[in-house]
Design a protein around this ligand. Structure first.
Ligand SMILES: *Cc1c(COP(=O)(O)O)cnc(C)c1O
Length: 492
């Protein structure tokens, strides 16, 4: 690791390196049972031959070590986190309180239905809310993330067409799509076909007409798309795909722009996923649990994963009797506590609150877009929705400073960088998603810092190219860190 750590500051020691023989972090009361040798208590095969290599540290060592580590992380509770497409929104703490209620946190998935009526009712109600928000007739809460929802939805497409005796092999995906869309289609056994974008950033209608055919199972789309732009031709897109027997999949990752304003089910989509961990304020990042519920309009409903939660009067039950279902896609009820947090969020915001979330998210993004456009190239000059895309081509062409360099320089000023180099169709792009909770002061501070960095790119390009200068580690080999993470300590 040390070769990667060309540190601006001293790298944090590992807790193993702080170890001092004999130092302990606990004190126990005197034993009041006979002290028997371990060999008498455990079978020989269960005993290890050598003691484990554990760090020997005091309580204060442990507390300081982990508190220090927590302080060198960036998170939405520390500062602005405008990572486009990811909706890194603030997570109100009341949601965490609800998810820690013993009656919810302590539910065991093997409890009989009579003992978990409250949990089932919560799932049932959550489904109704998501149906209302998405304009769909039923929702499965099983999928564990957006990408998992995509796979679920495409398996439903396949089952739907198979029921009609059709073998459709291709899925259309716009060139602005998130990488998980083609990946899910391939995992599902489809071939992918890229649909180009038009000059306004939407689906190129003429190209779509050319590419659509009887072998196409459907189109995957996010709207607003990853440029943060709303596709105004949605009705035409739906007509072209449906008229030839294709289906429409809504990638709901950008739903933060449309809550209470537009419903995917009303605009022609047949299957919809939500990212609860993006739109509905459950924390994410670092690979933690997510939730990607999938909704379907009536004609696709029979294929949803089983079981769903049904109600008979005020009794709730898990309904497995779904003969055309694609089956189960996740054990038990999905990531239940993530659903609880999103449920608490929806209940505490209310319908008006969710509408206001989307309005404020869109307002913030447009405010920021106009400020950034004073110093950066704006590839699509039109109102954006909840995120905006600008480009660092001017800085690259004039000063040899790349978007990557400017993103790294932002870290020196205490901001998390926006998403960069995505969507793929905008060279040197920066995708900025401020979210609804950020104040005007924060947006001004960020825009001001970006303007300052644009100035540095001109006056002192090497300063920017060498960034970050103040973080505990400088530029990591990101491919190596992702592909071959070195996370284990081994004794010398
Ligand atoms: C995040 C995202 C996904 C994938 O969702 P996960 O929950 O991360 O699996 C798909 N599409 C878009 C546009 C996204 O931003």
């Amino acid at each position: 690791m040390t070769s990667q750590l060309e540190a601006g500051r001293r790298p944090e020691p590992l807790i193993f390196e702080m170890s001092s023989p004999g130092r302990i972090a606990y004190s126990l009361p005197a034993l009041d049972v006979p002290d028997r040798p371990v060999e008498e208590c455990l079978p020989a095969g269960a005993l290890r031959r050598t003691a484990p290599e554990l760090p020997e540290v005091s309580e204060v060592d442990v507390v300081r070590h982990f508190t220090r580590l927590s302080q060198i992380q960036h998170g939405v509770d520390i500062g602005f986190y405008p990572l486009g497409s990811c909706t890194m929104k603030y997570n109100p703490k009341v949601n965490e309180d609800m998810a820690s209620l013993p009656g919810l946190a302590g539910v065991h998935p093997y409890f009989p239905e009579e003992l978990v009526q409250g949990a089932l009712e919560l799932l049932y109600r959550m489904e109704r809310y998501l149906c209302e928000i998405g304009g769909v007739s039923r929702v499965s809460l099983q999928p564990a993330a957006g990408a998992h929802g995509e796979l679920t939805g495409l398996l439903m497409f396949r089952a739907y067409h198979a029921d009609r005796g059709e073998n459709r092999t291709r899925i259309l995906i716009p060139d602005s799509a998130h990488g998980t869309n083609p990946a899910s289609a391939i995992v599902c056994g489809y071939q992918t076909v890229e649909v180009p974008s038009d000059h306004r950033g939407g689906v190129d209608i003429e190209a779509l007409k050319r590419l659509m055919g009887p072998d196409v199972a459907g189109l995957m789309l996010t709207n607003p798309n990853t440029l943060g732009l709303f596709d105004e031709n949605m009705a035409t897109v739906a007509e072209i795909v449906h008229s030839q027997g294709g289906l429409l999949y809504y990638d709901g990752a950008n739903a933060n722009a449309i809550m209470g304003i537009a419903r995917p089910g009303d605009t022609g989509f047949d299957v919809v996923h939500f990212n609860l961990h993006k739109t509905f304020a459950t924390p994410h990042g670092g690979g933690g649990p997510g939730s990607g519920p999938v909704g379907a309009v009536a004609k696709l409903e029979p294929y949803l994963p089983a079981p769903l939660v049904d109600a008979d009067g005020d009794r709730y039950r898990l309904a497995y009797d779904r003969p055309r279902s694609i089956g189960r896609v996740k054990s038990f009820y999905g990531n239940f506590l993530v659903v609880v947090k999103a449920y608490a969020y929806i209940r505490s915001m209310g319908a008006e609150g969710l509408l206001r979330v989307s309005e404020d998210a869109v307002l913030n993004a447009n405010y920021l877009m106009r400020k950034l456009a004073e110093h950066f190239h704006l590839p699509y000059d039109r109102h954006c929705k909840h995120e905006c895309v600008v480009s660092g081509v001017w800085q690259k062409d004039r000063h040899g400073v790349r978007t990557l360099d400017m993103a790294k320089r932002l870290l020196d000023y205490g901001f998390h960088a926006p998403t960069i180099y995505f969507p793929l169709i905008v060279p040197e792009c920066l995708m900025v998603e401020p979210t609804e909770t950020e104040s005007r002061q924060t947006l001004d501070a960020f825009a001001g810092t970006m303007a300052h960095i644009a100035g540095e790119a001109e006056s002192d390009p090497d300063l920017v190219k060498g960034a970050p200068h103040t973080t505990p580690v400088k530029r990591l080999d990101e491919a190596l860190a992702a592909r071959k993470p070195n996370l284990r300590w081994r004794p010398e």
